[in-house]
Design a binder for this molecule. Structure first.
Ligand SMILES: [Zn+2]
Ligand SMILES: [Zn+2]
Length: 348
């Protein structure tokens, strides 16, 4: 079953690391029996795209079409596809997992050791008019949810939810200290507040901090202007914060994470950088029984939970500027130069 699919499409391709993406006209991918073809209607622009285009992730090979936060409409399905139909509005789970290992069976598909690919990383992504994926990677979203909002679901919002609900297990009344009020951070604030926590948001940009306040942060701190550790400790009182969730992870941010923590508290690293930092205070960790926890994207369960939450309008996706497909280099430049508030979205 198909609807009006042309034979060629536009795609913004990474041909050389460190260079702008190049617009190419290429064939629309053929759909296999278990695949679906999605007409891309929006795709989030993520900080990870800057690492990909700069060549910092050694598993990404050129030529490559980045774009791992897709939202769109199903325009064709293979003969064996069940559960997804032409016309459905969909979010895409970008980790094409094996579905059989212990991690997949316990809802932690993102750390499946047998991944068949990652959309926008090891296989072509969604900075294009169309995307072919196995239909099992698709999740249907109510048609009244804007595509820009759906684009924020698959990575930006679910990554925040995995950190808050699964890895930090944030509870009512806890203090959560967050570094980075960018795309993921602004959603993490909303989600932590929904769980009844009190939130301290740290950034170096006053405009982002004012948004952080609008989305519920109880205290905001500019790390360039204030002693974030002293201000946090005097605000929280007692033994310190329960969890420090870090979306940035510079050395100074990481040092502050541990310095504000109560004994047995947890530092959750969502941000990362292949070049470091790598210095952690082993003595503090051992003597205070701190927990150092990684958090990567999310599993399918978190995606399903966030789809429901967005359909019920319980959180507000923070869409920043939108860009045309051929403007994706501009979007990446704006993100690199810290000119994006909320999540930038490409709308082909
Ligand atoms: Zn991303
Ligand atoms: Zn698996």
């Amino acid at each position: 079953m198909e609807t009006r699919v042309p034979s060629t499409m536009r795609a913004m391709t990474l041909e050389e690391f460190g260079k702008p993406l190049v617009e190419r006209t290429i064939p629309v991918p053929e759909v296999g029996p278990n695949d679906a073809l999605v007409r891309i209607r929006a795709c989030g622009v993520c900080g990870t795209d800057l690492k990909i285009t700069a060549g910092k992730l050694n598993f990404v090979k050129t030529p490559h079409i980045p774009g791992h936060e897709p939202a769109g409409e199903v325009v064709a399905v293979g003969s064996d596809v069940r559960g997804v139909q032409v016309g459905d509005h969909v979010a895409v789970a970008i980790y094409l997992n094996c579905g059989e290992c212990d991690y997949c069976r316990t809802g932690r598909e993102q750390i499946c050791p047998h991944l068949r690919g990652r959309v926008g990383f090891t296989i072509d992504g969604a900075y294009a008019d169309y995307l072919r994926v196995p239909s099992t990677a698709l999740r249907v979203v109510a048609p009244d949810v804007p595509f820009e909002d759906i684009a924020l679901l698959g990575d930006c919002i679910t990554t925040a939810w995995n950190a808050i609900s699964v890895r930090a297990d944030v509870r009512e009344g806890q203090w959560v200290y967050m570094t980075g009020a960018g795309g993921i951070g602004l959603h993490a604030i909303q989600l932590a507040k929904l769980r009844g926590a009190r939130v301290i948001a740290v950034d170096v940009d006053d405009e982002k901090l004012s948004l952080a306040r609008r989305f519920g942060a109880d205290l905001t701190l500019n790390a360039l202007a204030e002693d974030v550790v002293a201000r946090t400790r005097e605000t929280v009182g007692g033994d310190g914060v329960d969890a420090a969730i870090d979306f940035v992870v510079t050395q100074s941010a990481l040092d502050a994470d541990f310095a504000v923590l109560r004994p047995d508290g947890a530092v959750i690293l969502v941000g990362y950088n292949p070049d470091g930092p790598s210095l952690v205070r082993t003595m503090d960790i051992a003597l205070s029984e701190f927990r150092l926890i990684g958090s990567r994207a999310s599993g399918l369960r978190e995606l399903d939970e966030m789809i429901k939450m967005i359909e019920e309008r319980r959180i507000k996706p923070v869409v920043g500027r939108t860009y045309a497909l051929e403007e994706v280099n501009q979007a990446l430049d704006d993100l690199r130069n810290n000119r994006v508030i909320g999540r930038a979205v490409v709308v082909p």
